[in-house]
Write a protein that binds this ligand. Structure first.
Ligand code: SAH
Ligand code: SF4
Length: 344
């Protein structure tokens, strides 16, 4: 094994110069992947955790420049699921073996804090052995506290870019890296298991930006790190920007596994969209989570954060079976426990 990768594996860290070398070259990819897989097997064996994703609203009052759900996209066909429809998705998911439900949406003020608490509490009451994860954007500390008190266990909020200037190029002036990061620290202090992360190859992203992302994650020490390639959506100001690369995404997954041996690391749908075996290769590069879709088929195509998203025509049961097969073919095994992080 290359000395640099040996060092990263042993120390879970490298200096900036060394990281730059790894990120900018494809010479280390095979060694990186092998080392990352060895570390994931040491900590998690061949287990792959499932999270059932329920995209309950595609309405958003934010205007992130990269996202197809942005408020200014007048061509998006908007929908909202009712509490009963969300519980129906959980019911189906529970039968299929899911023990974590991820409730994700745009930033949609129609779902008041009372409603989010009510939905969360109803899921926890009906499925007490399940974890509820929220991914509904930037809120006040008080709101986060209320959801937590209602029973939410986890929260996913990618930091998107730790570098303030780069963050500002991806977002309108009313969104700041500072507030994004404030949210993550609040969530952590309240007691959530927290997921952060970023897109690979987002417009204007440099190697220095990626290093800043890794350094921020080292400070935050999140339980989950979500990394996927940036994918273009035609109805955004970034319509002419190229997609991120699968290769660089896989490289970063391996680097992250080696820097954060304990972490829950999804093989994302975006990675499965940019190359057909993306999720399988993500698992082989160190990922240990997949997030199949539990949303009703009628909603799936409409939750178009980026274009050509996979699995939008399938029923939940089909998604579950397909994923199980893919995980097995990649050399791993789907497990159905809640999959809480193991930090030891
Ligand atoms: N509104 C919430 C949750 C939904 S968006 C939020 O923003 O946190 C979930 C994630 O999708 C975002 O964090 C972003 O990293 C990712 N995303 C958005 N647009 C994307 C694109 N064009 N390509 C790839 N990922 C994208
Ligand atoms: Fe809204 Fe999230 Fe898309 Fe930003 S990334 S526009 S907050 S759905």
């Amino acid at each position: 094994m290359d000395a640099l990768i040996e060092k990263l594996k042993n120390d879970c860290n490298l200096n900036d110069e060394e990281l730059r070398k790894l990120i900018d070259s494809d010479a280390y990819d095979d060694d990186l992947r092998r080392a990352a897989d060895a570390v994931r097997r040491e900590h998690y064996g061949d287990k792959v955790f499932l999270r059932g994703l329920i995209e309950f609203s595609n309405c958003c009052n934010k205007n992130c420049l990269y996202c197809g759900l942005r408020a200014s996209n007048r061509t998006a066909d908007r929908y909202r699921l009712s509490k009963e429809e969300i519980l129906g998705c959980c019911e189906e998911g529970y039968t299929l073996g899911y023990r974590t439900f991820v409730l994700q949406s745009g930033e949609d003020p129609c779902y008041t804090d009372d409603m989010i608490c009510d939905i969360t509490a109803a899921i926890k009451a009906r499925f007490p052995d399940c974890a509820v994860t929220l991914s509904i954007g930037e809120k006040s500390r008080e709101s986060y506290q209320r959801y937590f008190d209602a029973g939410a266990d986890r929260y996913l909020l990618r930091h998107e870019s730790a570098d303030h200037a780069h963050y500002a190029k991806l977002h309108p002036a009313n969104m700041t890296a500072q507030n994004r990061q404030r949210c993550l620290w609040d969530l952590k202090e309240i007691g959530y298991q927290v997921g952060a992360g970023f897109m690979v190859g987002s417009p204007y992203q440099t190697t220095e930006n990626l290093i800043a992302d890794l350094r921020f994650l080292q400070k935050l020490q999140p339980d989950m790190i979500g990394i996927g390639p940036y994918l273009t959506h035609h109805a955004t100001p970034f319509a002419d920007q190229p997609n991120g690369s699968a290769k660089l995404t896989l490289r970063l997954l391996s680097i992250v596994r080696l820097m954060f041996p304990y972490v829950l690391l999804p093989a994302t749908t975006a990675l499965g969209t940019i190359i057909p075996d993306g999720r399988e290769r993500g698992l082989q590069a160190g990922a240990n989570v997949v997030m199949p879709n539990l949303s009703p088929v009628s909603a799936r195509k409409k939750y178009e954060i980026y274009e050509n998203k996979i699995c939008t025509g399938e029923e939940s049961a089909q998604c579950r079976n397909c994923l199980e097969m893919r995980v097995k073919a990649a050399g791993y095994r789907v497990v159905t426990d809640r999959g809480d992080v193991k930090r030891s």
